[in-house]
Design a protein around this ligand. Structure first.
Ligand code: ATP
Length: 246
């Protein structure tokens, strides 16, 4: 569905991402892991059209086989953290993307209201983000991303601010939501436990320069994944990351 080819990103002096290619398929959750600072966020910022202007990038993005200009309406981006605006209610945050695109008519607003129970946020429409728990804020941020209707979702460390238990619950919740409403998802995480728990596929990014050093499909059904069944793959991923950082 979405292909990135020969992506280079760097400063004026040097490239830090070099000749990187990625393919994302519909209904598949791909996790991108790699050492801090290797360029994971820069890759998804480039795909979202929000790369810092002082960085330079060349590369090609294709959607359903056609080369596209970025940003593209078929690609939605959720930055690190929950990124909700504190001065807007949860409902206003959820409809913000639609407002910006001029698509927040009465029917669209009713559709978003109808999603609140599905996202576990019923009764919280008129609250402000600081009146919600961390998990609820994440669900609200994710709802805002989903309602834009994009077929590709780019999620930058969506669970990094959550405590361990909420994080586990949110991982299951996200996998269930995507099963009910499949999209092509690229999720950046530092956490290889998280990656192996939720992904259909893990891409490992190396550094100096950043490129994909492994592409590992996870074939065990999510419901059957246990510490024991994932131990081998986690150990392989850990070795790759340590090896690359030497
Ligand atoms: N605006 C910028 N100007 C110059 N260098 C930048 C800029 N933004 C990022 N970089 C550099 O680009 C490299 C990649 O950063 P990026 O945030 O993409 O990495 P990351 O893998 O997502 O890191 P982390 O896992 O810590 O979030 C880093 O060396 C960073 O210092």
């Amino acid at each position: 569905m979405l292909e990135v080819e020969r992506l280079n990103i760097g400063t004026r002096d040097a490239l830090f991402v070099e000749n990187l290619s990625i393919e994302l398929a519909r209904g598949r959750l791909t996790c991108l892991i790699g050492p801090s600072g290797c360029g994971k966020s820069s890759v998804i910022k480039w795909l979202s059209g929000v790369l810092a202007p002082e960085l330079r990038a060349t590369g090609c993005a294709r959607f359903d086989g056609h080369e596209i200009a970025l940003p593209h309406p078929g690609i939605a981006y959720q930055p690190q953290g929950d990124s909700l605006f504190p001065w807007l209610t949860v409902f206003e945050n959820a409809t913000l993307g639609l407002e910006i695109r001029g698509e927040a008519d009465a029917a669209a607003r009713d559709r978003v209201r109808g999603l609140f129970p599905i996202f576990g946020l019923q009764g919280n429409e008129d609250k402000f983000p600081d009146q919600l728990s961390g998990g609820m804020r994440q669900r609200a941020a994710f709802m805002r991303t989903m309602v834009q209707g994009a077929r590709v979702l780019l999620l930058d460390e969506p669970f990094s601010a959550l405590d361990a238990v909420t994080r586990l619950k949110m991982q299951d919740w996200l996998a269930d939501r995507l099963e009910a409403d499949p999209r092509a998802v690229l999720l950046v995480t530092h956490d290889l436990f998280e990656a192996t728990q939720i992904a259909d596929r893990v891409l490992v990014m190396g550094q100096h320069p950043a490129r994909i050093i492994a592409d590992i499909p996870l074939t065990i059904p999510r419901a059957a994944r246990t510490e024991a069944s994932l131990a081998g793959i986690r150990s392989t991923l850990k070795s790759m990351l340590l090896e690359d950082s030497r």
